[in-house]
Ligand binder design. Structure first.
Ligand code: FAD
Length: 572
């Protein structure tokens, strides 16, 4: 193939990668290549449909990564979905646009990431966003927002689904949640997430199609002559300038899907890995950046000794309850009723005890997590992270939400998906071969720690309370999932756990596999998202988030990528 060379080579035309591609190629004197394993999904109705969540699962645009056996989580393998397309996972996700709790981003700075706080990131959330205001009918049905918290001129269209239910369920739910102490929240994207709200989506309201990263950040500028996207092209690994003193990437080995011949795309300035939290750490390892003990197993020479590459993996787990509506009503619409309760909301009078119990358990959690990583992550570092996380969860003055409760009234039933937001478990992802594209060993260690189990179960109990609270209770009939025959009204945690272990799934929010943290505490990238020990390799995607956030991920990833693009430009 013809030799090709660009200033910046980005791996992954996904949620984050396309932000970087767009912002860097705004500079006409800079050349940018983007390498993407998937194809265009511009005309794929499984993507564009605004009511078709799940249609793309299991199709060619779903990587459907498999975990290792989850020994704490029912001894089963889980599927972790991720998009393989121009637009990445934003083409197959649930389109929810909810950010994070402000103090949760401030915690990044508390970890030692100077310059990464809510105050710094907030303008970037807004920079990426183009809020479309709700219709009168939607506003009448309860949709609210605060203009000061939203951007109106960014590339990413955000708004309320035309299929949003404008019936009276909202009023019923609002009163029900208020009775449970969960108040209406004016704007979930203000940095204060706790409460009940009707969140917006990333959607093009006028066209009634999904707004994915391709439509927001790529197609409008695809004709720039200094930007070249290589679809259907798998990145294998980076190449290094052997004359440089500090490891300096000078290209990426790639292979087109219809070819058997790999070739190299050269990078004059930087290589940026934006392949996602379940792919970027693998590209580092395949390029010799990682734990020498792992690299040597596959005869990969160590270029940078950075053992925590692929560690600190954090995901959540998702379970569902359902109840019929006894013929009282027939709802329709999207799953846009969300509650973000605090630990105090769901644990009630037990909260002080639980807080103390978890606090006392943190040293053993840290030891367990460290041991599971072969002590590549250090118990003392983990303990300091866990103390920050404990304070976020159990603060008596400003706690973050601890669960997402998503209600979908459909036909004559109400489905309720839920997930505990902040498990303490950390897992890892590593290569199993020196060959790119071979499935990795992905181990999120679901339910490794007591809190992770207790949290998920307590949310289920709280949902039963929601179902039993008026006025919502008046519209409901019999619980169908799990049902009182399967998990009795006064079930023990062991009974809940037995049921949960058979039905839970990944919540598809993996983060932190190349975490932004000081190197001394196990970080992989610094505050400019540059990989430690390299001159010019950055990771910009969900891999760098050091902690899980309480919102869905894309809003935060767009903001992080917007800021990262500015950091790169400031170094030019
Ligand atoms: P991605 O967007 O995944 O981009 C990575 C890109 O790199 C992909 O296009 C991939 O094909 C490409 N790639 C990977 N490896 C290679 C390689 N070797 N060579 C070339 N290209 C490669 N978040 C929300 O905010 N709201 C939601 O409602 C929501 N729902 C979700 C539902 C599902 C089913 C899933 C899976 C996720 C959901 N998320 C949601 C999470 C969110 O969509 C992702 O966290 C986010 O899109 C990840 O962005 P990223 O930039 O890290 O990676």
């Amino acid at each position: 193939a013809t030799p090709v060379s660009y200033d910046y080579v980005i791996v992954g035309a996904g949620t984050s990668g396309l932000v970087i591609a767009n912002r860097l190629s705004e500079l006409s004197n800079v050349t940018v290549a983007v390498i993407e394993a998937g194809d265009s999904v511009y005309d794929n109705v499984n993507v564009s449909s605004t009511t078709g969540y799940g249609l793309a699962f299991g199709t060619a645009i779903d990587w459907a990564y498999q975990t290792t056996n989850q020994s704490f989580g029912g001894d089963i393998v889980q599927t972790m979905r991720a998009g393989k397309a121009i637009g990445g996972t934003s083409t197959i996700n649930g389109m929810a646009y909810t950010r994070a709790e402000d103090i949760q981003i401030d915690a990044w700075e508390a970890l030692g990431n100077v310059g990464w706080s809510w105050e710094v990131l907030f303008p970037y959330y807004k920079k990426s966003q183009q809020l479309q205001i709700p219709t009168e009918a939607q506003a009448a049905a309860g949709v609210t927002y605060d203009a000061a918290d939203n951007g109106f001129e960014g590339p990413l269209k955000v708004g309320w689904n035309p299929a949003l239910n404008v019936g009276d369920v909202h009023t019923v739910l609002n009163e029900t949640y208020a009775a449970l102490g969960v108040q209406w929240s004016e704007d979930v994207n203000s940095g204060r997430m706790v409460g009940y709200n009707r969140y917006p989506s990333h959607i093009d309201v006028a066209l009634n199609i999904r707004e994915d990263a391709g439509r927001a950040y790529y197609y409008p500028i695809a004709n720039r002559t200094n930007l070249h996207l290589y679809p259907n092209t798998l990145a294998h690994r980076m190449t290094w300038d052997t004359t440089a003193q500090i490891p300096t990437a000078n290209g990426v080995v790639v292979q087109a899907v219809n070819s058997t011949t790999p070739y190299t795309i050269s990078a004059n300035k930087e290589v940026i890995l934006s392949a996602g939290a379940l792919a970027s750490p693998l590209l580092l390892e395949l390029s010799g950046v990682g734990n020498p003990a792992i690299l040597s197993k596959y005869n990969i020479s160590t270029v940078v000794d950075l053992p925590t590459v692929g560690e600190n993996l954090q995901d959540q787990t998702n379970t569902g309850l359902a109840i019929d509506t006894a013929g009282n009503t027939s709802y329709s619409g999207t799953s846009d009723y969300v509650a973000y309760p605090t630990a105090a909301d769901i644990f009630g009078s037990e909260i002080t005890n639980i807080s103390a119990t978890v606090l006392a358990a943190l040293p053993s959690y840290a030891a367990t997590v460290a041991a599971a990583s072969g002590n590549v992550t250090k118990a003392s570092d983990l303990l300091s992270f866990f103390k920050i996380q404990h304070e976020l969860i159990f603060s008596t003055t400003h706690p973050v939400p601890i669960a997402e409760v998503l209600l979908t009234p459909s036909g004559t039933a109400v489905d309720c998906e839920y997930w505990a937001l902040l498990p303490f478990a950390r897992g890892n992802i590593h290569i199993t071969s020196a060959t790119a594209g071979v499935p990795a060993a992905i181990n999120p260690n679901y339910y490794m720690l007591d809190w992770d189990v207790t949290g998920q179960i307590q949310v289920a109990k709280f949902i039963r309370e929601i179902f039993a609270t008026q006025p919502f209770a008046g519209l409901l009939g019999t619980e169908t999932k799990p049902g009182f025959d399967v998990v009795p009204q006064n079930a023990t945690n062991a009974q809940w756990q037995a049921w949960n272990n058979g039905v839970y799934r990944s919540n598809f929010h993996p983060v932190a596999t190349a975490a932004m943290m000081p190197k001394e505490v196990g970080g992989v990238v610094d505050t400019s998202l540059k990989v430690y020990g390299t001159a010019n390799v950055r990771v910009i995607d969900a891999s760098v988030l050091p902690f899980q956030v309480c919102g869905h991920l894309v809003s935060t990833l767009y903001a992080v990528a917007e800021r990262a693009a500015d950091l790169i430009k400031s170094e030019m």
